[in-house]
Design a protein around this ligand. Structure first.
Ligand SMILES: C[S@@+](CC[C@H](N)C(=O)[O-])C[C@H]1O[C@@H](n2cnc3c(N)ncnc32)[C@H](O)[C@@H]1O
Length: 381
C-alpha cells in the first residue's frame, strides 16, 4: 500500500513550518542538502529524474548548474503544486507520480536522484530494478535516506524518541536492526510508515540490480552547521542520513559464457545434481544449438532451493524467479518428470521447451523456434 501522508492538510502544514520557518537551522539545510551536493556527479547537459522531489528546490538548483532537463516526481499533489509555484523553470517538469509506478515512464535519464524518500518504499528491490531500467548507459543513481541506525528503531508506548541523554551527551537508541520491514512513527500528528533495511539489504539490492557503488557518505556536521544549530554535534554519535552514489553497470561488459565456461559454472553449483533442471539458453548451449549464454537459468525442487539458500545470497527477483548470483537465476519448480539427461546434466525436455517457445510472445523466444525445430528433427531417429 502506498502512503501519501504529505497530502494530509495538517501534516503538510507542519512539515512546511519545519522547512520554511526553520530555514537554515534544520537538518535538511545544514546536513542533507550540502552533502547531497557533495555526492552528486556533474550535471552539465544531463537529464535528471528526481524521485520524491517535494517542493523541487533541488531541481531548480541543478537546472541552474546546467542540467539539460529535469523531471521532478512526487506522490503528493500538494508538493507538486508548490513545486510548480516556486521552482518551475524552462526545462523542468513536475509530475504527480508514486515511486512505485515509475516503470510507466517512457523516457530514460542520465541521473536519477532522490532525497529522503526511499525509506517510504516497501519494495526496494523493485524500485532499484526500475531505476536501473530508466537509466541511460553509465547512468547514476544518487540517493539519501534516513540512516539504517535511525530507521531500525521500533517505537512503542515506552520508546517515543530515538535517543536519550546521559551525562549531557546524546546516546542514540537503536533496536531490531536485523529485523527488516515496516516501522511506524508519530510525526506531526500523523502515523508515518517507513521501511527499515540494514546495510546488507541496501547495498546488495544495488549490486543485484546492476549497479556498482561509487561512494557512501555518513556525514559529520560542518563547523558552520554546529554554529547554526549546536545540537547537530550529535552527528558525531550517530548520523541521521545515509548517502549513496551508484552507477549503472554497462551490460555489454557482462561477459557471455561459451560451452566450456558454462559447464564450469554448472559444475561449481552448490546443489545436488538431481535437485535442479537446466533451462532456456543454457540448455541450448549444452545441446550445441547456441554458442553462448548470458546467464544460467535453473528450475529447482524445494530441497534444491533450501540448498541454494544455505550456500548463496538468494533474493527474490520478480514473479517466481530468484537471483542466486551474478549470473545464476532460479525458479522454484520441480521438473523431475519434464526433463531429460544429457551427459551429466538434467535439461528441460526439448519438446516441452519447444511448446513453451511456441506459446511465448517474447521476440527472443520466437527467434529460437526454428533452431529448436531443426534440432528436434535431426534427433528424431
Ligand atoms: C522528506 S520529503 C523530501 C522532499 C525533497 N526530496 C527534499 O529533499 O526536499 C519526502 C518526499 O517524498 C515523497 N514521497 C513519499 N512517499 C512517496 C512515494 N511512494 N512516491 C513518491 N514520492 C513519495 C513525499 O510526498 C515527500 O515529498
Amino acid at each position: 500500500m502506498k502512503q501519501n501522508i504529505y497530502d494530509n492538510e495538517d501534516f503538510f502544514k507542519q512539515y512546511e513550518e519545519l522547512r520554511v520557518e526553520e530555514k537554515g537551522k534544520n537538518a535538511n539545510d545544514l546536513i542533507e542538502i550540502p552533502n547531497f551536493r557533495r555526492i552528486m556527479p556533474d550535471v552539465k547537459d544531463k537529464t535528471i529524474l528526481d524521485l520524491g522531489c517535494g517542493y523541487g528546490e533541488s531541481d531548480k538548483y541543478y537546472k541552474q548548474l546546467g542540467a539539460k532537463y529535469i523531471l521532478g516526481t512526487d506522490i503528493s499533489s500538494k508538493m507538486i503544486e508548490k513545486a510548480n509555484e516556486q521552482n518551475k523553470e524552462n526545462g523542468i517538469d513536475y509530475k504527480v507520480l508514486a515511486m512505485e509506478d515509475i516503470s510507466n515512464l517512457d523516457k530514460k535519464f542520465d541521473i536519477i536522484m532522490s532525497s529522503l524518500a526511499f525509506h517510504y518504499i516497501k519494495d526496494f528491490d523493485k524500485l532499484i530494478s526500475d531505476c536501473n531500467k530508466l537509466l541511460n548507459k553509465d547512468g547514476f543513481l544518487v540517493f539519501s535516506q534516513e540512516h539504517p541506525l535511525i530507521t531500525s528503531i521500533k517505537f512503542t508506548e515506552n520508546v517515543k524518541k530515538g535517543h536519550t541523554m546521559i551525562d549531557n551527551k546524546y546516546f542514540g537508541l537503536f533496536s531490531d536492526y536485523n529485523i527488516l520491514g515496516e516501522r511506524k512513527k508519530e510525526w506531526f500528528g500523523g502515523d508515518v510508515i517507513k521501511y527499515h533495511r540494514n546495510f546488507e539489504k541496501i547495498i546488495n539490492t544495488l549490486i543485484n540490480n546492476g549497479f556498482t557503488i561509487e561512494k557512501i557518505l555518513e556525514p559529520l556536521p560542518s563547523e558552520k552547521a554546529i554554529e547554526s544549530n549546536p545540537k547537530y554535534v550529535n552527528q558525531y554519535d550517530r548520523p541521521f542520513f545515509l548517502f549513496v552514489r551508484a552507477r549503472k553497470i554497462d551490460e555489454l561488459k557482462i561477459k557471455r559464457m561459451n560451452k566450456e565456461q558454462l559447464k564450469k559454472l554448472i559444475d561449481s553449483l552448490k546443489i545436488d545434481k538431481e535437485e535442479y533442471t537446466i533451462l532456456s539458453s543454457s540448455g541450448l548451449v549444452l545441446r550445441d544449438i547456441y554458442d553462448s549464454a548470458g546467464d544460467l537459468d535453473i528450475a529447482v525442487t524445494q530441497k534444491g532451493f533450501e540448498q541454494l539458500k544455505q550456500n548463496y545470497y538468494v533474493t527474490h527477483k520478480e514473479n517466481d524467479w530468484y537471483r542466486v548470483s551474478d549470473n545464476i537465476e532460479c525458479v522454484l519448480d520441480d521438473m523431475k518428470d519434464k526433463r531429460e539427461k544429457l551427459g551429466d546434466y538434467y535439461l528441460q525436455d526439448i519438446n516441452d521447451y519447444y511448446e513453451y517457445l511456441k506459446s511465448s510472445n517474447r521476440k527472443k523466444d520466437k527467434l529460437r523456434i526454428p533452431l529448436v525445430e531443426d534440432y528436434i528433427k535431426r534427433h528424431k531417429s
